[in-house]
Design a protein around this ligand. Sequence first.
Ligand SMILES: *Cc1c(COP(=O)(O)O)cnc(C)c1O
Length: 230
Amino acid sequence: MTTIQANLQVVRNRIAAACAAAGRNPASVALLAVSKTFSAEAIRAAAAAGQVAFGESYSQEALPKLAGLADMPLEWHFIGPLQSNKTRPVAEHFAWVHSVERLKIIERLSAQRPAGLPPLNVCVQVNVSGEASKNGCTPAEAPALCHAVARLPNLRLRGLMAIPEQTEKSAQAGRQFAHLRELRDGLVAEGLTLDTLSMGMSHDLEAAIMAGATIVRVGTAIFGERIYLQ
Ligand SMILES: *Cc1c(COP(=O)(O)O)cnc(C)c1O
């Protein structure tokens, strides 16, 4: 077994244990393997162990990898910051986008989604920590953006995504996860369909699952530490 395959098993066991602790069905939490900065070979190793959904953050880095892995039945999720001049490759090549935070981006993604592909699955990213450095719309902006996604023909509203503040205090992360869930519950009460809460990463997936995460986005715990070349 490769290190990646052993790591994947550890992460799956963590998810199963967190679901048991939360009284949740383990099938209700999907694992997104975040492969940014890692090679196509690393992705193949994870795929050989049964991993299907992969997350990438930078379209320039992702596109050659997607092309090199086109022979594999993988599901690609875009989770990085999205500028309006970079929407086309995402609309054309990905199944999901987790990081939508502005109306202009939403409109472009729908307009650029190729005919013949299923609708692009969309999560609206919400800045639940209020940190100025964080991406995402404000909680107050989320309802209008979700309604806009739900109205557009080539998009399918799936839910909300958040990256809480990196903190040693797990209670604080738990509150931010709970905030995203309450926001989702409020939108469902307004009549929107949102089946996804994309929250939880390598260091905090247990707290996210406790708060209702349906997709955890895990990179380091599967592939190892990322090295960014300047
Ligand atoms: C990189 C990244 C992750 C994975 O983080 P790890 O701590 O390596 O698990 C998850 N979500 C987003 C949005 C990311 O950019």
